[in-house]
Ligand binder design. Structure first.
Ligand code: FPP
Length: 261
């Protein structure tokens, strides 16, 4: 569902690209994949692919703003990514910090609120400090929430949530799905309706396992550094072609889905 009534400018943009303005997903989550292969194909180091991946991050943010997507979550660094060579991990962290410093003013001018989820305490001090500053300075902005998943994995997040629930001493019979929702790092975010993964891989790789329960998945062979607005809009059109039933039945009288689960 669109977060707000689409402006005339947005209506025109979406109509031009065959996107229905009334059913733009509110939250899109992306597994940005293929940077390493993209670089290798060009005879370059993997880091070269990550650097070009920043252009695609910018394109995804712009496309979200233009389309009326309200939340964009990017899987920027997984818990498993710590197992990569130190040189690549350091380069990725450095790229994150430099990008935040370089892009912050521009993001702010566009109304982007920056947020981070994951085991942030495991990030280098400089990254933690830069993220904290970006989060504080953009906390009041309401155009788009850009959520960076960093040192994130869904299994880590679920274990943390369970630990916290146990610490709080909740009775088993008082625990339901809403309890889990409230204890996840995404507690104040709606679940993504659309998950995009680039590079032709068709897995969710420990990403938002709980939150993606009803999401539509769009897999594209495009490598992340080549991902642009056209690919983002194709994913939204693909999403809009699917029927979203939530395990329920279509109420043909009201043209709305009855949710059962
Ligand atoms: C996956 O490609 C990508 C990553 C692990 C890192 C993503 C990081 C960026 C796009 C740049 C920095 C991001 C921000 C938000 C500033 P891969 O290395 O797994 O590629 P491969 O599957 O081809 O090896």
């Amino acid at each position: 569902m669109a977060a707000e009534h689409p402006t005339a400018e947005r209506q025109t943009f979406l109509a031009k690209h065959g996107v229905n303005a009334d059913s733009v997903p509110q939250h899109v989550a992306i597994i940005m994949d293929g940077n390493g292969r993209w670089a290798k194909d060009r005879g370059e180091e993997r880091v070269f692919g990550h650097m070009h991946g920043v252009d695609s991050v910018r394109a995804a943010v712009e496309a979200s703003l233009k389309s009326g997507v309200r939340y964009l979550t990017l899987y920027a660094f997984s818990t498993e990514n710590w197992n990569r060579p130190k040189q690549e991990v350091d380069a990725l962290m450095d790229l994150l910090v430099r990008t935040l410093v370089h892009e912050l003013e521009d993001l702010m001018s566009k109304g982007v609120r920056l947020r981070a989820i994951g085991d942030l305490s495991s990030l280098p001090e400089a990254a933690q400090a830069q993220l904290k500053e970006a989060e504080e300075r953009t906390a009041h902005l309401t155009g788009l929430d850009l959520v960076l998943a960093l040192s994130y994995s869904a299994k880590w997040e679920l274990v943390e949530a369970v630990r916290q629930i146990v610490r709080e001493g909740l009775a088993p019979e008082d625990i339901d799905t809403a309890t889990l929702d409230r204890h996840l790092t995404t507690a104040d975010l709606p679940d993504p309706e659309l998950m995009i993964r680039t590079s032709g891989e068709r897995r969710i790789s420990n990403f938002m396992l709980w939150q993606l329960a009803y999401a539509e998945f769009h897999f594209t062979p495009v490598m992340w550094p080549d991902f642009r607005e056209a690919h983002f809009l194709e994913a939204i059109r693909d999403y809009q072609r699917r029927e979203r039933r939530f395990g329920g039945l279509l109420d043909t009288n009201h043209n709305e889905w009855n949710q059962e689960a």
